[in-house]
Write a protein that binds this ligand. Structure first.
Ligand code: SF4
Length: 363
């Protein structure tokens, strides 16, 4: 019997899906995962890295950027400053998550990564379960149910990846770092001068036949017919390919491969994009411009509103009606991160000049 059939049967028997007013079932905590890691649980050792409390705390710093922070900045600077002040106010609070999109995406991502690392579907499904860092019944509320983002659906997505991989990725295996670490969730920080860019690489893969290296990005989307245009010019994985040279020890152009799961269509899509040195240098230039913008907003203590983003994906912005409440005192109180080694240790640190020199052959 397939996972989907078993889980549908449980859902039908218990009517767990749409009952109103039921008591939430608390999921695993940060401490639960840590204790499994300490006990040497191999799946826990890999799963769940990106929800670490310290990584979330980075958001509060005025000079820290990441792909998700830049998405906020580009969509609406006012939204970004609201997010940063909330992160600052809540920094000591729990990391319990109520954002089903984030929780679901993280669970599916951990399952896929673990499948590459251990080549075992039971480990992969266990990783998806461990990485569901929220109440177990998140996603089953009436207002969320149409999204089809539940723990059961995350398990189905992982199971389907196994079939997708056999069809599209049979030549690709996980790259292992020289220190014996699997190339999963490789964390890095680039010091851009005015800001510090933090990121995680989902997967680094190696072609078994040619030896070519590629970045693997795992995405989930609510669109039933997702389009490659969503990702072709995305800066996220491009920034990752920038540091790949130094990780794998060769200077070359790389592919960035997107594995995108449609939750409504229940199928995986495969989009590989070739990236050149010129693309990578463009990425640096773009991030330096972003850094300048952010610094200017802080100097003026004014973060412009972008009314076009108040309504996105048929949903109001979470700050709709309250985004005027952030004031100059709150903005001024946000700390700066002076030492990038202090809060959240990463696998690799870079200075932007070092990366430019490497790409232009001046090293
Ligand atoms: S409600 Fe609109 S203007 Fe206000 S933060 Fe959200 S997107 Fe920006």
């Amino acid at each position: 019997m397939r996972t989907e059939d078993i889980l549908d049967a449980i859902d039908a028997a218990e009517d767990t899906g749409r009952r109103a007013g039921r008591i939430p079932l608390p999921g695993l905590s940060h401490e639960d995962i840590q204790s499994l890691k300490v006990c040497g649980n191999p799946v826990a050792a890999l799963a769940g890295e990106t929800t670490d409390k310290e990584y979330l705390q980075l958001q509060q710093y005025r000079n820290v950027i990441s792909n998700s922070i830049l998405s906020g900045l580009h969509a609406c600077p006012r939204r970004l400053i609201n997010e940063k002040t909330i992160a600052f106010d809540n920094v000591e609070l729990t990391t319990a998550n109520t954002n089903v999109d984030f929780v679901y995406g993280h669970s599916v991502g951990a399952g896929v990564q673990t499948l590459f690392a251990y080549e075992r579907i039971d480990y992969a499904l266990y990783a998806a379960f461990l990485s569901w860092r929220a109440d177990w019944d998140l996603g089953k509320q009436e207002w969320n149910y149409k999204k089809k983002k539940t723990i059961e659906k995350a398990a189905i997505a992982v199971e389907m990846f196994q079939v997708f991989r056999a069809e599209h990725l049979y030549e690709w295996e996980l790259y292992w770092l020289p220190n014996g670490k699997p190339a999963i969730e490789i964390s890095f920080c680039i010091n851009l001068g005015k800001t510090k860019y933090f990121g995680h690489i989902d997967l680094i893969l190696r072609n078994k036949r040619t030896g070519k290296i590629a970045i693997g990005e795992i995405k989930t989307t609510g669109f039933s017919n997702p389009d490659e245009a969503t990702f072709r010019n995305s800066g996220q994985a491009l920034g990752y390919s920038l540091i790949l040279d130094s990780i794998v020890g060769v200077d070359a152009d790389y592919d960035v491969m997107y594995f995108t799961y449609s939750t409504t269509g229940q199928e995986w899509h495969f989009w590989p994009f070739a990236k050149s040195v010129a693309h990578k240098l463009e990425w640096i230039q773009d991030r330096l411009i972003d850094s300048g913008h952010l610094q200017q907003y802080f100097q003026l203590q004014h973060f412009p509103k972008n009314g076009a983003s108040c309504m996105q994906f048929n949903r109001r912005c979470q700050f709709y009606g309250t985004c005027d409440l952030v004031n100059k005192e709150k903005i001024a109180a946000l700390p700066a991160l002076d030492d990038e080694h202090s809060v959240y240790p990463v696998d690799y640190y870079y200075d932007v000049q070092e990366l430019i020199n490497r790409q232009t052959g001046e090293m």
